[in-house]
Design a protein around this ligand. Structure first.
Ligand SMILES: *[C@@H]1O[C@H](CO)[C@@H](O)[C@H](O)[C@H]1NC(C)=O
Ligand SMILES: *[C@@H]1O[C@H](CO)[C@@H](O)[C@H](O)[C@H]1NC(C)=O
Ligand SMILES: *[C@@H]1O[C@H](CO)[C@@H](O)[C@H](O)[C@H]1NC(C)=O
Ligand SMILES: *[C@@H]1O[C@H](CO)[C@@H](O)[C@H](O)[C@H]1NC(C)=O
Ligand SMILES: *[C@@H]1O[C@H](CO)[C@@H](O)[C@H](O)[C@H]1NC(C)=O
Ligand SMILES: *[C@@H]1O[C@H](CO)[C@@H](O)[C@H](O)[C@H]1NC(C)=O
Ligand SMILES: CC(=O)N[C@H]1CO[C@H](CO)[C@@H](O)[C@@H]1O
Length: 921
């Protein structure tokens, strides 16, 4: 944006190798060709006219070639081979390479309204042995760069031998090639035509090493592994329920690519402007962004450790009429004995949907209800939106008044106006009665109050926001977590409730418009004007145009900090709009999905994508948000949703109820059973959450992450894993009683029976009557568990059970992470217990690498189940240092090959290492 912006456009590229630690499974199997059939040379074309309305004249005016393609959907207008930039000067250092490049003058400008930047600098930094960054920018004029801090290594890896990769620079056209050493595969290759760097249009393409590419969000995808047949996804944060090719709430310009050598790498483009990503059959990928610089990376930051209770089941709806309705629901859930930890209230609880207020008519009794529920071990989460109502009588609404005093709201650039950029969202004007019979636009115009949007990038805003949250907690109502919504930011008027967007109109309607839902309506459709001004922490003034996609990201940390400071506990934050690194503070629900069968599969894809975006606490609204849920679909969704890390049934206003006690006793029983399984396995899920937080592992895992050498797994998205060891095969279609699922190459046990599955490396038909979801446990793993109770407050007090699933060689291993469940920074402050378990040759041993748990949080050992014990057991003993060996009671089931050992009588506290030995006949 050259002069107009204080600083301009920035695109940075960093490559991640073996991003997913479990991915580089070391099986030394022969490498197979993964690229499929030979490609027509036409499939190598890079599109020179991605906008609609391409013709020969327009094409040739860009210096491009016009020729029909024999590849369906292939571009007819494409770049000549040498189009792009040419290297001028290359300097190699031990820490990286710097290259000056100049635009190849043989080709005309691509977009006359967007000034080309003819000389660029490329800085390649060897961040670590596994990662590198390359940044392409204008050395003469600073442009906007993304102010999101990433966890980068302290110093570059200067030792060539320590790097897994090599970098090569191609001269004409200029391109970067990143080569994985060993396999010698080129895993990034931008030495292709079409590289463009102008004020409002930046484009870079890379060839991909295989046809298997995953990620790029937030947008709904019909499959986890991308279909590479020329699909373009527009990305721009929007209050837009997910739908095919529609840009949605957040921005995640990150993809993971598989290589022929069956390794994987990840690439993040650290750019926050509106953009699109095209996948091509070459195979290749093109990024087009309309601002910033090109900056590519690897470290995204590790996901937050959510409070233990947040892994419990949760209930919500938009449209609870009053607190009595919530109290009745709670009573019915208790009577039905369905495990449940968290109740929500949506914007209904507020007075006229204004943040930090309570409806004193319909929700007068809510604070008392919340106190009562919390006393019984339940938790409460409230929604907050960013927009603050602006038409209240002065002195009556402190959130707005103090916001004005502290100057926290987004304004126009001072040279245009000193006013706030007003919008309209949910809050109603004071003293009006909304007439719901009128059409939406008329309602918005007549009844919705003006609102101001806090600028969360600005220093003073976090402090003000934190004070509002603390006052709300101390003076109005207690809560345990917060749910932040509408933070794209969403606006019910386009641009501004004032007249029109002031200033430069190319910001509202840029010369290149990515294929967004609002393509014909401009970037400010349902959000604020792009020319609004925001202030970074260092004082830099930036355009909303550049930082729009960071609004939800910037809203998240201040909310998380305020929650911790108000409650003194870590709780949980759920946010709708996300950007890379949002997972450090929050989880994400997959948005306002609808009650349709197709959404069950899409939710698995969405969860697996957010796993690789570094957000492990995810799940869709169980039974769907919009529309009417149907019995069987909702039942199947309850079964699937019992395995979302974030497991919440949520519904919109004016729709029939869809909670588990709304459908009669049979539905309630199925919900109870499947949630009891979830609750039983929460110690395992919590340990996975810890591993994600401490080591960056994924929680919900596609099968390919564990079985990458098995090509059958590369396209599987109807099944998923919890960590390495629990395989979930849900029923996703109406009327089915059998579901086809893959059994990867390992020994697996049926979770429900403990019996070993006879096959491996095959697709099999699994019975799935309405009451059952198929679950399998992988041999070689030990899963910690606890008997389920009505909520986690009580289940956490039960003895710890172990499920030991032996592999073919009779061994298994696993671990348990345990803390108080809600303390702040228990991992950083080492206030936790970490126990590892190993079983081999009839002996189960525990070791305790970290033992710093408070007395009150300690657990005793309970029931140990061992699967795959092939010979009858004659005696089981337990030994603990300093104590005489004790005989334990046990049962052995020869048919199932299951040994059950009851250690309860020993009252053995698990921070002390123990050994359990079983003797066989
Ligand atoms: C290429 O680099 C040389 C010296 O580094 C410089 O004099 C020359 O102007 C550069 N060429 C272009 C086109 O920028
Ligand atoms: C609460 O709302 C329900 C549902 O609209 C209604 O039937 C009931 O009368 C209301 N109760 C109170 C106490 O307002
Ligand atoms: C859960 O069970 C405990 C113990 O039986 C009981 O005291 C508590 O009220 C129950 N809580 C809920 C929410 O059902
Ligand atoms: C609401 O507040 C805005 C901003 O101050 C003002 O322009 C508008 O006239 C007010 N509307 C009403 C109905 O008070
Ligand atoms: C709304 O009505 C109340 C009571 O009638 C009055 O005190 C208040 O000033 C009114 N607010 C506005 C903004 O008109
Ligand atoms: C914002 O806060 C940071 C950290 O406290 C400080 O370094 C910076 O100067 C502040 N920025 C402004 C514009 O006050
Ligand atoms: C059911 C479901 O979750 N569907 C989609 C919801 O939205 C996300 C994007 O926010 C998609 O990834 C899901 O597939």
């Amino acid at each position: 944006m050259g002069k107009r912006l204080v600083s301009g456009l920035d695109v940075t590229l960093t490559l991640l190798f073996a991003l997913v630690s479990s991915l580089s499974a070391g099986e030394a199997e022969t490498i197979r060709e993964v690229n499929g059939e030979p490609k027509s040379s036409n499939s190598r074309r890079f599109d020179c006219h991605p906008e609609a309305g391409s013709d020969q004249a327009k094409c040739e005016a860009r210096g491009c070639i016009w020729k029909p393609s024999d590849v369906p959907k292939g571009p007819w207008c494409y770049y000549p081979e040498t189009h792009g930039y040419i290297t001028n000067n290359t300097v190699e250092k031990t820490s990286g390479i710097t290259v000056d490049i100049v635009r190849n003058p043989d080709f005309p400008s691509q977009r006359s309204q967007s000034r080309d930047i003819d000389k660029l600098r490329v800085e390649i930094t060897y961040l670590s042995g596994q990662s590198l960054r390359w940044k392409i920018f204008d050395p003469a004029n600073a442009r906007y760069e993304v102010p999101v801090p990433l966890d980068l290594p302290a110093a570059p890896e200067t030792e060539e031998n320590n790097r897994l990769y090599r970098v090569q620079i191609q001269h004409k056209p200029f391109g970067i090639q990143v080569i994985r050493k060993g396999s010698e595969e080129i895993i990034w290759d931008s030495a292709v035509p079409g590289f463009t760097f102008s004020d409002q249009f930046l484009q870079i393409s890379t060839r991909l090493p295989s046809n298997y590419v995953y990620g790029v969000g937030e947008t709904e995808h019909p499959s986890y592994s991308h279909d590479l047949n020329f699909h373009t996804y527009g990305l721009f944060a929007k209050d837009q329920p997910p739908g095919y090719k529609l840009n949605s709430y957040g921005l995640h310009p990150f993809y993971m690519g598989l290589e022929k050598s069956k390794s994987a790498h990840g690439v993040l483009l650290l750019n926050s402007n509106a953009m699109d990503v095209t996948v091509l059959p070459d195979p290749a990928l093109t990024y087009r962004t309309i601002g910033g610089i090109l900056d590519f990376y690897m470290m995204i930051g590790r996901p937050v450790l959510p409070a233990y209770w947040s892994l419990g089941f949760q209930l919500c709806r938009y449209g609870y009429a009053n607190d009595t309705e919530i109290a009745d629901l709670y009573k019915d859930m208790k009577a039905a004995e369905i495990p449940y930890d968290v109740q929500y209230a949506d914007i209904d609880y507020m007075e006229r949907q204004m943040d930090f207020t309570l409806d004193q008519v319909n929700f007068k009794g809510l604070p008392a209800l919340v106190d009562q529920m919390r006393a019984e071990g339940m938790r409460f989460i409230f929604i907050l939106d960013p927009a603050i109502a602006a038409n209240e009588t002065k002195g009556s609404y402190p959130a707005f008044d103090t916001g004005i005093e502290k100057d926290v709201f987004i304004k126009w650039p001072p040279e245009l106006s000193n006013d706030i950029v007003w919008g309209k969202v949910w809050p109603d004007y004071p003293n009006v009665t909304v007439d719901n019979s009128l059409d939406w636009d008329t309602q918005v115009e007549r009844f919705r109050s003006f609102v101001a949007f806090p600028d969360f990038l600005k220093n003073s805003t976090a402090e003000w926001w934190g004070e509002q949250i603390k006052d709300f907690y101390n003076n109005v109502i207690k809560f345990d977590g917060l749910w932040i919504d509408m933070n794209e930011p969403a606006n019910f008027v386009h641009g501004t409730a004032g007249e029109k967007c002031l200033g430069d109109q190319t910001l509202e309607n840029p010369p290149y418009m990515p294929p967004l839902e609002s393509i014909h309506r401009g970037l400010n459709h349902k959000t604020i004007c792009m020319n609004s001004e925001q202030i970074l922490a260092d004082g830099t003034r930036v355009k909303h145009y550049d930082v729009h996609n960071l609004y939800g990201w910037s809203h998240t940390k201040p909310t998380y900090d305020a929650l911790l400071s108000a409650t003194g506990k870590r709780g949980v934050i759920i946010t709708r709009s996300t950007y890379p690194s949002s997972g450090r503070w929050a989880g994400h629900w997959l948005g306002d999905n609808y009650s349709g069968w197709d959404q069950l599969l899409k939710s698995i894809i969405g969860m697996m994508e957010f796993s690789i975006f570094g957000i492990s606490y995810t799940g869709a609204d169980i039974c769907g948000f919009f529309n009417t849920a149907e019995y069987e679909m909702c039942l199947r969704w309850m079964q699937l949703g019992a395995f979302y890390p974030f497991s919440r049934n949520h519904n919109t206003i004016n729709m029939p109820r869809q909670d588990p006690v709304a459908w009669g006793p049979e539905f309630a029983a199925v919900s109870r059973d499947v949630l009891n399984i979830r609750y039983t396995l929460l110690p395992y899920l919590y340990t996975l959450m810890y591993e994600a937080h401490a080591h960056g592992n994924t929680v919900v895992r596609p099968l390919l992450h564990e079985f990458v050498t098995d090509e059958n797994t590369w396209k599987i998205d109807r099944q998923f894993l919890w960590g390495p060891a629990l395989l979930i095969t849900p029923a996703l279609d109406p009327g089915v009683t059998v579901v086809r699922g893959y059994v990867p190459n390992a020994r697996w046990y049926d979770y429900h029976t403990g019996e070993v599955v006879g096959v491996r490396g095959q697709f099999v038909d699994m019975d799935t009557p309405l009451s059952k979801i198929n679950l399998h446990v992988r041999g070689g793993h030990i899963l910690p568990w606890q008997k389920a109770e009505n909520n986690t407050h009580y289940s956490r007090q039960n003895p710890l059970g172990l499920l030991v699933a032996l592999d073919d060689g009779g061994s298994a291993h696993g671990s348990l992470f345990w803390d108080d469940g809600e303390g702040i920074d228990t991992v950083q402050n080492k206030r936790f217990l970490l126990t590892t378990f190993t079983a081999s040759s009839g002996v189960l041993t525990s070791t305790v690498p970290t033992d710093s748990l408070a007395e009150a949080d300690r657990l005793t050992l309970g029931l140990v189940k061992v699967w795959g014990v092939t010979a009858p057991v004659t005696r089981v003993t337990m030994s603990v240092t300093g104590q005489p060996d004790a005989d334990l009671t046990f049962t052995y089931n020869a048919e199932v090959q299951e040994l059950q050992v009851d250690a309860t009588s020993q009252s053995h506290s698990i921070e002390k290492p123990f050994t359990i030995t079983w003797n066989t006949a």
